[in-house]
Design a protein around this ligand. Structure first.
Ligand code: GAR
Length: 195
């Protein structure tokens, strides 16, 4: 039996996508293992979710470093120590820099709560409501040096109902995220198998 593909999840917040990926692995739908959580927020809920699962956490404070290159170098050495194959950004609210990109471009993906290229950046859900669109959704894309600009891998639309609140649209979008992200990761991993 070949070794499982090793994932590192990067997150800054609640970690509901981390949990969905973890559950999909436990259910036998995603043939991979999460070996490390990378987090930049000491109070993020994702940390307690990871600790409950005995998952190693690399928690860093960007202010302790001179610049992005310096903390990304430390992240890269953690990733190497855990022999990480793919980086899964799941609510990691930070632009990835050249140091991580040079090592993991093509094996680093992100999920974003809009149909990119619409509404990149912060609060995509608020942006969609403000614009009055009737359809928004979810995008999974490769990471490049831009803000939510990398090649699109998968998208799914979500209807924006009349008078929907921010919370309601977020719930509808996250419902889609929790199904689409594990399924897309599985597809990418199995494509990799055929090389
Ligand atoms: C997700 O909805 C994800 O799409 C979004 O952050 C949320 C994290 O939720 N990401 C971005 O906005 C990236 N630009 P979670 O911590 O519960 O997984």
């Amino acid at each position: 039996m070949s070794a499982k593909v090793k994932l590192a999840v990067f997150a800054s917040g609640s970690g509901s996508n981390y949990q969905a990926i973890d559950q999909s692995i436990r259910a036998g739908e995603l043939d991979a293992e999460i070996v490390l959580l990378v987090c930049d927020q000491p109070n993020a809920k994702v940390i307690s979710r990871a600790r409950q699962n005995n998952l190693p956490v690399f928690l860093f404070n960007p202010n302790d470093y001179q610049d992005k290159a310096e903390f990304e170098e430390e992240i890269v050495s953690e990733l190497k120590a855990y022999q990480v194959d793919w980086i899964i950004l799941a609510g990691y609210m930070r632009l990835v820099g050249a140091t991580l990109l040079s090592q993991y471009q093509g094996r680093m993906i992100n999920i974003h709560p809009s149909l990119l290229p619409a509404f990149p950046g912060l609060d995509a859900i608020g942006q969609a409501l403000e614009a009055g669109v009737k359809v928004s959704g979810v995008t999974i894309h490769y990471i490049d040096s831009g803000m939510d600009t990398g090649e699109i891998i998968a998208q799914k639309a979500v209807t924006v109902e009349n008078e929907m609140t921010h919370d309601e649209l977020q719930t509808a979008i996250q419902h889609v995220e929790h199904e689409l992200y594990p399924r897309t990761i599985q597809q990418l991993i199995s494509e990799g198998d055929s090389f």
